[in-house]
Design a protein around this ligand. Structure first.
Ligand code: ADE
Length: 233
């Protein structure tokens, strides 16, 4: 059964594809799915594109069309909690959509008709991913906890502070994880996500974002994915 590796950005997908000797392209839902092998595992690598809807579509296609057995996401995030610094790695234990608010019908952040605002990642898969990150990137801090997602690139100190105040346990903010977690919960497919902190979601967040993804995050993603698959039986 196939393991899916999902990236939000081209540079990261390219770094993962560079590790696969035999990938073949297959089109579905306007996306390119790359099927091949890595460390003896059947792998399908795909670009989710950016944002919650794009991520949910990608996850649904991976499950419905390609019957993947688990989904691993690699990407970048803005650090929120003090101490979650640029270059650190965050592995999500749970996810929340910070831009979802159907109040007063439902409590703020609650996903209507699910009775919860938080979706957990798969415990075992997450443990394996965090262990792989620690082995692949010695010396790099690996944080575990809540990651929040929304259809916004958070790039003002005021917004970052407001999110920190509203959700003090949130380690980092990104734009896809909670959407994939919800789809994976619907289908009962294990999901785990690892993010390299590219910025602090503040007034300086946009600065060298692209350069950081090219120079640091892509290498992190590829190293973590390679180590994760090497250690997977
Ligand atoms: N991904 C990386 N940095 C981010 C930020 N500041 N906001 C949302 N998504 C991000």
């Amino acid at each position: 059964m196939t393991i899916a590796v999902v990236s939000a950005m081209h540079e990261e997908l390219a770094a993962v594809l560079a590790l696969m000797p035999d990938e073949r392209r297959q089109l579905a839902g306007g996306r390119e799915f790359w099927r091949g092998h890595l460390h003896g595992h059947e792998v399908i690598a795909v670009l989710s594109r950016i944002g919650k809807v794009a991520a949910a579509t990608t996850a649904t296609a991976l499950i419905e069309r390609f019957a993947v057995r688990e989904i691993v996401f690699t990407g970048v995030a803005g650090g929120l909690r003090p101490g979650v610094n640029v270059g650190d790695v965050v592995v999500a234990d749970s996810f929340l959509q910070h831009d979802l608010d159907a109040s007063p019908i439902f409590p703020k952040y609650e996903v209507p008709l699910y009775g919860t605002s938080r979706f957990e990642s798969d415990v075992t898969l997450t443990q394996r991913l965090a262990a792989a990150a620690a082995r692949a990137l010695p010396g790099v801090p690996v944080h575990r906890g809540l990651v929040i997602s929304g259809d916004r690139f958070v790039s003002t100190t005021a917004e970052a502070r407001a999110l920190q105040a509203a959700l003090p346990d949130a380690l980092a903010v990104e734009m896809e994880g909670a959407a994939i977690a919800q789809v994976c919960r619907d289908y009962g497919v294990p999901f785990a996500a690892v993010r390299t902190v590219s910025d602090r979601a503040d007034d300086a967040a946009h600065g060298d974002f692209t350069k950081f993804v090219q120079d640091v995050a892509s290498a992190h993603s590829a190293a973590i994915v390679a180590e994760f698959l090497r250690a997977t039986s």
